[in-house]
Write a protein that binds this ligand. Structure first.
Ligand code: AMP
Ligand code: FE
Ligand code: FE
Ligand code: ZN
Length: 280
């Protein structure tokens, strides 16, 4: 069993890298990709420490990009070797746009009468601060009953405190990943084009022409019908297939590493072999 999508507490997961590796070993995984948002620190710390025998740790990252005016997540995988320093400095630039967003998000929440400061939200994160950290502060202060309500009422793209973040065009992100020797894969397509299947097909066709190499077919948010359709789209556009649970620890408590929600994710071992072949 393998899982190619997971988060540590260096982005918006709640597990340390060591805890994540221990969980992976306990779940019986033979390979785990660490795909934190905008940072590779979780991966670096993980491989700098002790790795459970029989577990392979794959370097990855999840980038927030702009495509057709909306936010689309792009996974970058480096299964052969981690990317060069230029890619890391490009990532640091992305962190700055996130800080800028966070400052404005705090102001927006304050404007809605909520007592919140940037430093108290930042204290929840490590390399970066994301909306799940805001959700946790809102919950702990009693403004919402759980993390989901924080998103529904305040933080979701359609909610009242949402603020825009400057994001890189997806074409640029695809190009950067490829230049750095990686494989770009479209993350959780169920959240792309509102999962309108014909628009999604058109968009994936466009992304394939930009250099996209794979589609995340297996994911905790995907229904069996979605999985089937995304596989078909991958074949149609000559793309590879990736997949993973998108484990975030206690920030998404229903998701289990390797297995998704109630076992709805099963990534075939072959996916990792194919992923290596997609590095060119
Ligand atoms: P950020 O990168 O700081 O904008 O935060 C994005 C992260 O927030 C995603 O990766 C998810 O972990 C989480 N998230 C975004 N939208 C929602 C939502 N509607 N419900 C629950 N979690 C969400
Ligand atoms: Fe996340
Ligand atoms: Fe994502
Ligand atoms: Zn993710």
């Amino acid at each position: 069993m393998i899982d190619l999508h997971s988060h540590t507490y260096f982005s918006d997961g709640t597990f340390s890298p060591a805890e994540l590796l221990a969980e992976a070993a306990a779940a019986g995984l033979t390979a785990l990709a660490i795909t934190d948002h905008d940072t590779m620190q979780g991966y670096e710390v993980a491989v700098g420490g002790e790795i459970p025998p029989g577990l392979e740790v794959i370097c990855g990252v999840e980038l927030s990009t702009k495509f057709h005016g909306v936010t689309v997540h792009l996974l970058g995988y480096f299964p052969v070797e981690p990317p060069a320093p230029e890619f890391q400095s490009w990532l640091s630039g992305l962190l700055e746009t996130r800080r800028d967003r966070n400052r404005r998000l705090v102001e927006r929440l304050q404007g809605l009468g909520i007592e919140i400061t940037l430093s108290e939200v930042e204290a929840k994160g490590r390399s970066l601060t994301g909306r799940p950290h805001f959700a946790r502060v809102l919950m702990e202060k009693g403004y919402v009953k759980d993390l989901q309500q924080a998103f529904d009422e305040y933080l979701d793209e359609s909610a009242k405190a949402f603020v825009f973040r400057e994001e890189v065009p997806i074409a640029e992100a695809i190009e950067r990943v490829i230049l750095a020797g990686g494989v770009p894969s479209l993350a959780h397509p169920v959240r792309v084009a509102k999962n309108n299947w014909s628009t999604l097909a058109e968009w994936i066709g466009e992304l394939a022409r930009m250099g996209l190499r794979a589609v995340e077919v297996y994911h905790s948010d995907h229904s069996p019908e979605d999985v089937c359709y995304y596989k078909e789209l991958a074949i149609r556009y000559g793309l590879g297939v990736t997949g993973g649970s998108d484990f975030h620890g206690a920030n998404k408590p229903k998701i289990s590493l390797g297995r998704g929600v109630n076992g709805n994710v099963q990534v075939p071992d072959q996916v990792l072999l194919d992923l290596r072949a997609l590095v060119r």
